[in-house]
Design a protein around this ligand. Structure first.
Ligand SMILES: NC(=O)c1ccc[n+]([C@@H]2O[C@H](COP(=O)([O-])OP(=O)(O)OC[C@H]3O[C@@H](n4cnc5c(N)ncnc54)[C@H](OP(=O)(O)O)[C@@H]3O)[C@@H](O)[C@H]2O)c1
Length: 329
């Protein structure tokens, strides 16, 4: 099968190679001896793969390895008792091995893919939408009628968060850095859009009538303090990532003075050992798809041979929505 491997830790430009590799066995590291084998149509590309090309991601497999955490395609075989069967269209989270014509995922991380979504959209459904649901609903306790401010709102997690928040009945304020990204955020359903390089904190306070209930933050860096300041009493900043490059530090007296919270949301570490939580989140996200709320915006599609370009788009802060590799276009 055709697959894209990371062969050295020298960054997106030079770390990748397209190879002809043996197809994988029906076994996944999380479910040894069992796994759903998927004929991959599209593979999702995300920040972790950029970090993996430099050896900077927390998971550091031995070289060479096939990266790629999520795919969409058609089930070739499924273990007994799985909720999907041969021939089903699915979105599947395989952790690694997704940049290939055939990939394997645990059955509890394989979900039926609605006909309303194409395979490229399906490859953008799990990491971003499951994270958004987990971060907003389970960790941030976002409720109907509340207001949520979303940083990096034109990105993968950001666009998913705008749509999940809408599905939960919340109002959204998107923070973005350019006109193009403003359009992407609006198309993803943002109620309001403010600029990362402007007075977004004051605008958010005004738009929300005194402060937002939840901030979803995949960016971190310098803006963190203003995220805390943009909260109303009882508000929560949900920490999702650090694309801005630096990990913020705060004096916790700020939390005491304003009765606010900072909440961590690490989707993978939380859900991997909990099959039932995955199934719950999968059902919730598929409900949003059926209602028409969740529609992953695909910002760019690449052939496997162009995987370096896909990673460089993300690395250069130019990606919008989901970036995918198409194995069976
Ligand atoms: N906690 C979890 O469970 C979990 C799950 C999935 C992903 N993540 C993390 O969430 C983060 C976002 O992932 P994503 O897939 O949404 O990424 P993405 O599509 O590339 O979007 C990230 C956004 O961050 C903003 N940004 C600000 N400064 C940046 C910089 N220096 N370089 C690049 N982007 C910058 C950009 O928006 P503007 O240009 O508009 O500012 C960009 O659109 C990543 O760190 C990822 O690892 C965490």
């Amino acid at each position: 099968m055709k697959a894209v491997q990371i062969v050295e830790l020298s960054g997106p430009d030079s770390a990748l190679r397209v190879e002809d590799l043996p197809e994988p066995e029906a076994s996944h590291m999380l479910t040894p001896g069992a796994g759903v084998v998927v004929d991959v149509h599209a593979s999702g590309v995300s920040f972790p793969e950029v970090l993996q090309t430099r050896g900077e991601y927390q998971m550091k497999p031995a070289l060479p390895f096939v990266p790629g955490s999520e795919v969409a395609g058609i089930v070739r075989t499924a273990p007994e008792g799985a909720a999907v069967k041969e021939g089903d269209r699915v979105a599947a989270f395989c952790v690694l091995g997704g940049f290939a014509e055939v990939a394997v995922a645990p059955e509890f991380l394989t979900f039926p893919l609605s006909d309303a979504l194409d395979f490229a959209q399906g490859a953008g459904l799990i990491l971003n939408y499951h994270t958004a649901w987990f971060a907003l609903r389970l960790r941030g306790r976002l409720k109907e009628g509340e207001t949520v401010l979303v940083h990096g709102a034109a990105g993968g997690v950001g666009t998913a968060a705008l749509q999940v928040a809408k599905g939960l009945g919340a109002r959204t304020i998107a923070v973005v850095s350019s006109d193009e990204k403003e359009q992407v955020a609006r198309a993803a359903g943002a109620d309001e859009v403010v600029r990362a390089d402007g007075s977004w904190k004051d605008e958010a306070k005004e738009l929300s009538g005194g402060g937002v209930d939840v901030v979803l933050d995949p960016v971190g860096g310098d803006r963190f303090l203003d995220s805390l300041r943009s909260l109303r009493e009882g508000g929560r900043v949900v920490v999702v990532g650090f694309t801005g490059g630096s990990i913020p530090e705060v004096k916790v007296n700020r939390l005491l003075l304003n009765n606010t919270e900072i909440v961590g949301a690490g989707w993978g570490a939380y859900v991997m050992p909990k099959p039932d939580v995955n199934r719950e989140i999968g059902a919730a996200v598929n409900r949003l798809v059926d209602e028409g709320t969740a529609r992953p915006p695909v910002g760019a599609r690449f052939a496997p041979e162009q995987a370096a370009d896909a990673l460089k788009l993300i690395d250069g802060r130019e990606a919008t929505g989901k970036v995918v590799l198409e194995f069976r276009p």
